[in-house]
Design a protein around this ligand. Structure first.
Ligand code: ZN
Length: 222
């Protein structure tokens, strides 16, 4: 094998740790989400139906960009089409898919998460909801890609979230920010007799400009 085993082992270890975080952080119940990371022309991905706390080094699962299994005996996640579509069409290095509860609830209510907070700018702007399609289908992957145009995260109608990034940590952080924003909107929108104020496109753009400036010095905008 041409790839460096140490490099792959480290990537697999980080992928498993990230998958476990999605459960620990309440973004996923059981094995209902999935995580992947690209290492050159390989995509390491969580296998289907194996609890993350049982995954070890010998369970390493990897496919090429056409979905052919290159490493491992366990079946890759059923959502492989979504992951591969992202690696083919975006600069993604890592992808996190979850069924986070607040985000999934919002996906059933609106075609786009209303811009309730400026952190939407960190995801590229107001987060869209990809129309429903059967899980694991190419149709779902296509709907997801459309919803992700100029964005790094999207909601999947009656299903969950998807986010990508330059690292597993960034994809997970974006997922957590999206889930948090959905929780804020649901909370504000559920106060009887009140309608939440929303940000304008200009306000979001200004926040985006400032976030990009902060991003060069710190990953923790105020
Ligand atoms: Zn799913």
């Amino acid at each position: 094998m041409k790839d460096h085993p140490d490099h792959l082992a480290a990537a697999w270890s980080e992928l498993v740790a990230t998958a476990r975080r999605t459960v620990a952080d309440g973004l996923v119940v059981g094995t209902s989400g999935n995580v992947s990371v690209r290492v050159k022309d390989l995509v390491l991905v969580t296998p289907s139906g194996v609890p993350y706390d049982q995954l070890g080094p010998s369970d390493t699962t990897a496919v090429d960009l056409d979905g052919r299994q290159i490493i491992g005996r366990l079946r890759p996640t059923s959502e492989l089409p979504m992951h591969l579509a992202l690696y083919r069409s975006t600069p993604a290095t890592a992808v996190v898919h979850t069924h986070a509860p607040n985000a999934t609830a919002v996906s059933t209510l609106v075609p786009e998460l209303p811009p309730i907070h400026y952190m939407a700018a960190a995801l590229g702007g107001p987060v869209r909801v990809a129309p429903y399609a059967l899980y694991g289908s190419d149709e779902l992957a296509a709907n997801m890609l459309r919803a992700l145009r100029d964005r790094t995260a999207a909601l999947l109608q009656n299903h969950g979230t998807v986010a990508y990034g330059a690292s597993l940590g960034q994809a997970l952080e974006r997922t957590a920010q999206l889930e948090w924003m959905c929780r804020v909107w649901l909370t504000a929108n559920s106060v009887p007799g009140h309608t939440p104020s929303l940000l304008s496109a200009a306000q979001l753009d200004a926040a985006g400009d400032r976030l990009r400036g902060y991003g060069q010095r710190s990953s923790h905008p105020a």
